[in-house]
Design a protein around this ligand. Structure first.
Ligand code: ZN
Ligand code: ZN
Length: 676
């Protein structure tokens, strides 16, 4: 099974399952098509083996979530240290994954009876899931790390051995590792002819020799791992196979780098990330909640968060429908549809594990939607289309539902119900480049409004197995490249990394602390139009299939909201702050006056409120806790002078200002989309 598409999450995920086969990883297994197009964040460029990979763009989980790709300043090291993800550095990927093997060796040496399961690399490190006979506590990590250093210093070689499935099974049974046997079964189930490899650390019969069923890759020798550049970070519970009905395992998270300076810079960045965790800020600022009474991964938007969301979505809609060059038409679609539709689209065959179970309506089976694409296809199909009315651009903030295992849910980054800022463009082959430029322009326009002006662009090209003619692929790839070139952006090419149905562009943004987040995706699709028999009439009166483009800019509104929250640390730019200004009366006699001030602000379009009920000191403290951008204190003097005593989050005390002066400053900050 190819990696599943990313819902919310495009951050490269901590891969979810085992350290297994890398072969056949990125491509669809022979004879089977991968899931249909997934708009929104896409799979990381370097896909982990299919069996290891979480859903294509997973959310970030737990402690590892905070541990993102980053560039942090290492002032002490005399310059910035670039913190590369496993996606970006093959060397680091090998170091990280190999370190997970060392962790397993150490754990099994120190805790006889500990069973090993999976130990993949993550963006900035690795983890390993164990079944320990006795529960582990945090302080055990020190002991394990010490043992790991000892092992690393032995300069053990990593060596691959290809074995038959029977031989692998025999050896697994000999060392009594039932989880490994289940992993082997899983591989064979997916592909009975899969190449099975074992990786040895150290030579057989040597004291530290250890082996694992694994697809690599690894470093050549443990001496390639710097014992001062790795660390064990935390412990967490994780269900075997992410299934809450299975065994609860102990997950040990670690991080590994090439040099100690990188480890230090990473730790600083992580501290900063912790302070910005959107789950904590969401609670502190009363933006949203996820309630166990309702179920995991389902988001409740509180008034303040809902207001922000309304503003963000309103901006998005406005930019789409009012584009001067590439305007979209808004559409709306239902949340469920007949199962038959999902058969036609291919989702039921290739994406069923990401879908909730069907529900019965008058003897017919219906399906909650995991994607919006088939619905937009139906709208396109509902009328006769001519080449004259192409391109057709449909946009929808479409809420979708995907089955994510409970163990993988993480704040707004990985949820079960989320809103894609989805759009589909149906166009002529000759229109592709112009349309892609339009998408990239819009993307830049929208993302930069949130302060994200630096992008990392990745172009994924035709894989071995694909649908569509050579001609259309060449044309499409040239069009995508041409569009990026017209933007003047640097980009990387992932040769053969495209979906079987078309090439794509993925865009990562960089946040305030240098972390990169996969958000926007533009995906061409030569398959869905075929499946649904989409047509347009060309200039000769012939029926032809249009090119379909899936695209999302935020990816998921929920996830983007989380990114904005973390990037700003909750100090939102004024234009999206849910409550822009609080008016604080020194005494209640001034209430009427304060209400009048508020009404003037509101009439001018600002979100303002009057807060009373406590002493001024407390009111100010509360406003600070809520990170209210502007506080306007009104005492007797201000009342008499017709002023407000203003302080802002970003600039501190501004002193006495007239209401007009304050509104002028606020209007400027809103227009500039800056903080005040
Ligand atoms: Zn391995
Ligand atoms: Zn789509």
């Amino acid at each position: 099974m190819a990696p599943r598409g990313a819902p919310q999450g495009a951050r490269a995920s901590p891969p979810r399952a085992g350290i297994l086969r890398r072969a056949a990883a990125a491509r669809a297994p022979a004879g089977r098509a991968p899931p249909p197009p997934v708009p929104g964040p896409a799979a990381p460029r370097r896909r982990a083996p299919a069996c290891c990979a979480g859903p294509g763009g997973a959310g970030r989980v737990g402690a590892a979530a905070a541990a993102e790709a980053a560039e942090a300043d290492a002032s002490s090291a005399g310059g910035p240290v670039e913190l590369l993800t496993s996606d970006e550095s093959e060397e680091l990927l090998r170091i990280r994954h190999s370190t997970s093997h060392i962790l397993a060796i150490a754990a099994q040496r120190l805790y006889p009876g500990a069973q090993v399961t999976i130990g993949p690399w993550t963006e900035t490190g690795f983890y390993y899931d164990f079944d320990f006979p006795e529960p582990l506590v945090e302080k055990d990590l020190k002991r394990i790390k010490k043992e790991m250093v000892k092992i690393i210093k032995k300069n053990l070689k990593f060596e691959e051995e290809e074995v038959s499935a029977e031989e692998a099974r025999r050896r697994i049974r000999a060392i009594q590792e039932p989880y490994k046997e289940e992993i082997l079964d899983g591989i064979l189930e997916r592909d009975p002819d899969a190449r099975i490899t074992i990786w040895h650390t150290g030579r057989e019969n040597e004291k530290f020799h250890w082996w694992d069923l694994c697809g690599g890759p690894h470093v050549e020798s443990t001496k390639d791992i710097n014992p001062r550049a790795f660390d064990l970070e935390s412990l967490a519970g994780a269900y075997w196979r992410g299934d809450e009905n299975r065994q609860m395992l102990t997950r040990v998270y670690g991080t590994a780098w090439a040099r100690p300076e990188e480890l230090e810079a990473y730790k600083r960045m992580k501290e900063e990330a912790k302070r910005r965790d959107h789950r904590l800020l969401g609670k502190k600022l009363d933006l949203f909640s996820i309630q166990e009474d309702a179920g995991g991964g389902l988001v409740f938007w509180h008034p303040r968060g809902a207001m922000m969301r309304h503003i963000i979505e309103g901006y998005w809609v406005d930019k789409h429908i009012n584009s001067a060059t590439h305007p979209y038409e808004l559409v709306g679609s239902p949340h469920i549809a007949k199962q038959e539709l999902w058969k036609t689209s291919g989702h039921l065959d290739f994406y069923s594990e990401g879908m909730f179970r069907a529900l019965e309506v008058e003897d017919e089976m219906y399906q909650l939607k995991p994607m919006n694409c088939p619905f937009h296809v139906l709208i396109y199909k509902d009328k006769v289309q001519s080449y004259r009315n192409l391109p057709v651009r449909f946009a929808e903030l479409g809420t979708v539902y995907r089955y994510e295992k409970s163990g993988t849910l993480a704040g707004l980054f990985r949820v079960r119900g989320f809103t894609q800022d989805d759009a589909h463009i149906f166009c002529l082959p000759g229109q592709i480049e112009g349309e892609i430029v339009g998408v990239l322009d819009l993307m830049e326009d929208i993302l930069s409004a949130f302060g994200f002006a630096e992008y990392e662009i990745n172009l994924s090209t035709r894989p071995e197995k694909s649908v569509g003619s050579d001609e259309i692929w060449q044309r499409a790839e040239a069009a995508l490249e041409g569009a990026i070139a017209r933007k003047g952006w640097a980009f990387q090419v992932d040769e053969g990394g495209g979906a079987f149905y078309g090439p794509k562009i993925d865009v990562k943004i960089k946040d305030a602390i240098g972390r990169k987040w996969q958000c926007s995706t533009v995906q061409l699709d030569f398959n869905l139009p075929e499946r649904f028999g989409l047509e347009y009439t060309d200039s000769e009166g012939e029926k032809r299939a249009p090119i379909m483009i899936h695209r999302a800019i935020f990816g998921s509104v929920e996830r983007f909201f989380g990114i904005v929250t973390e990037s700003s640390a909750g100090d939102f730019p004024l234009w999206i702050a849910p409550e822009q200004v609080q008016i604080l009366p020194v005494t209640d006699e001034l209430l009427d006056h304060c209400h009048a001030v508020r009404d003037t602000l509101k009439a001018a379009g600002f979100r303002a409120s009057v807060v009373t009920g406590a002493g001024l000191g407390k009111l100010i403290r509360n406003a600070e806790l809520r990170k209210i951008p502007v506080m306007a204190v009104v005492g007797k003097a201000e009342f008499e002078n017709g002023t407000l005593n203003v302080r802002t989050r970003a600039q501190g005390e501004l002193g006495e200002l007239s209401l007009e002066a304050l509104m002028g400053r606020m209007a400027a900050a809103v227009a500039e989309k800056s903080v005040l």
